[in-house]
Design a protein around this ligand. Sequence first.
Ligand code: NAD
Ligand code: ZN
Length: 253
Amino acid sequence: MEKYSQVANLIKEKGNVIAFTGAGISVESGIPAFRGAQGLWEKYDPEEYAHINSFVSEPAKIWRMLREMIKLTFDAHPSPAHLALGTLEKAGFLKAVITQNVDGLHQEAGNTNIIEYHGNLRNLVCLKCRKKIPLAQEVLTVMPYPTCDRCNKAMKPDGVFFGEQIPISAIEAAHEAVENCKIIMIIGTSGVVYPAAEVPFQAASRGAAVVEINLDPTPFTSAVTQYFLEGSASQVLPRIIGELGLRPSDTQP
Ligand code: NAD
Ligand code: ZN
């Protein structure tokens, strides 16, 4: 299709691409997105279960959801979309991935400059004394939830819950990536979670070309998107890689 070659030409001409990713890029890795209410989100309303107030007041209840989410991410492998972004970095085009995801799959796909806007599931943190410990598989067997050995309080995965602050280091790194980019690719995000959703608008206002990949239009689509590639990220991104003349073997990390 015409649009694919246009996007590939744009990437060749301008280089300096950044990706802004959301839960949609990990759906084909077996981790359901919030919007669409599939899998575990049919049982657990994210607005409630991923809110910090719920965690503080009822940690045992929230840990029932967390054990399932953590298990899904431990079992997940990068999708063709994640791997395509790895290839795009190796080929020198992609300079940073700003992700709202907490699943660590961009790292597994070989990307190296990953800005985790909403933290990650690699560590547990104590909300009282801020002690961090690695989030290991064994944690999933601790009932009703893992506690801090200093304060005896419930430990929380180091992902950002609704109602929590974005890590300042992520805000700064995202700002720098946006300043320098010529193209932003918005991939698999509904664009309704703030302040993360400001990132594409900032890039657009600095003159970056905006490419968006999603199954459906989002608030970005009519506002800033110049090239909307409708479809699954795991189909669309490998096609772009193909148009750029990169070999499929390059898609291995
Ligand atoms: P979202 O759930 O609000 O929206 C998902 C978006 O992805 C939708 O626009 C949907 O149309 C699109 N989508 C679904 N499948 C797709 C596919 N195969 N290819 C392309 N697009 C697809 O996700 P969000 O915008 O990232 O916001 C939700 C918040 O929840 C984020 O903070 C995110 O970190 C968190 N979350 C993370 C994970 C994860 O780490 N994998 C999973 C669920 C939720
Ligand atoms: Zn503590």
